[in-house]
Design a protein. Structure first.
Length: 292
């Protein structure tokens, strides 16, 4: 079975931006697009009028949302095969199930029924935290979404969660004819400085920086040996990881972060850094799972 790019649609402006981004992404990777709208309209059948067709207004609305999104995808790029479906299921459950046979799941940053001031919709957050495939939350400015910068930023975390994310970042860079900016941050705890001489402080600082460099090289060296055609800039930066990444995202087309998936854990599985960038990033964010 060939993989598809699954897109969650609900008729909101945010989800329409996700459709546009997904169609462009599908064209790069020569993938079909599967547009999914899921809602539990049958739960509220008593509250919806029944038309002559025997269908509720909720079901008809769902079909219209899917039809509109499919038309938009076709107009965006007629060469990308797009199909849509309306499911009478919980939205998160439906997207997680679709993600089991997907190249990635794409969502907008905020749903139709959510507050305009919210940073990230609950559906997008739940799917990003639990999916077994990469999840892309489409957010940020138009130039970032359109891929104007030619740069994929890779956040290199612990080696255990870095391999899948790094490979995904390189795969994206290749498809986009872009470069990879790989970054590992480090921060020397303030309590380590107390009572130390200047020389001792500098030695401690150097130790943390060297450790960050070692982790960066450990993750990237094997991948660059396999794919040396991609330009990869490595950076070891002192500072809080989420702030460094948010700053870099302003001139990036995509930010890639890793997320561990523990088979014995069924709750949300997102680290603090991933959680922060999903809420505040200036470009689309890809959360790539790494199974233990």
């Amino acid at each position: 079975m060939s993989l598809s790019l699954v897109v969650g649609v609900d008729g909101s402006e945010s989800s329409l931006q996700a459709v546009d981004w997904a169609v462009d992404e599908a064209a790069r990777h020569r993938l079909p697009v599967r547009l999914v709208h899921a809602s539990r309209w049958e739960r509220y059948e008593g509250g919806f009028p029944i038309f002559a067709t025997g269908r509720t207004s909720g079901e008809i609305l769902a079909e219209r949302i899917v039809a509109s999104a499919t038309e938009r995808a076709t107009l965006r790029n007629p060469d990308v095969k797009a199909c849509g479906e309306a499911l009478a299921e919980d939205t998160v459950t439906a997207l997680l199930a679709a993600g089991r046979e997907a190249f990635a799941v794409v969502t907008g940053s905020r749903g139709r029924g959510e507050l305009a001031g919210s940073l990230l919709g609950s559906v997008s957050l739940a799917v990003a935290a639990r999916a077994v495939c990469p999840v892309v939350v489409v957010r940020g400015g138009e130039r970032n979404r359109e891929g104007a910068f030619g740069r994929v930023v890779l956040a290199v975390g612990d080696p255990a969660e870095g391999s899948a994310a790094a490979r995904f970042a390189f795969h994206e860079a290749r498809a986009r004819n872009a470069e990879v900016q790989a970054v590992r941050t480090w921060l020397c705890p303030a309590e380590r400085h107390a009572g130390r001489t200047l020389c001792a402080h500098e030695a401690t600082t150097l130790l943390y920086e060297e450790q960050a460099t070692r982790i960066l090289n450990e993750v990237l060296d094997p991948i660059e040996r396999e794919d040396d055609a991609i330009t990869c800039h490595r950076a070891v930066v002192e500072g809080r990881a989420y702030q460094v990444l948010l700053d870099m995202s302003e001139r990036a087309d995509l930010l890639v972060v890793g997320a561990l998936r523990r088979p014995d854990h069924t709750g949300l599985q997102l680290g603090r850094v991933s959680h922060a960038v999903l809420h505040h990033c200036a470009c689309p964010v890809a959360v790539v799972p790494e199974r233990l």
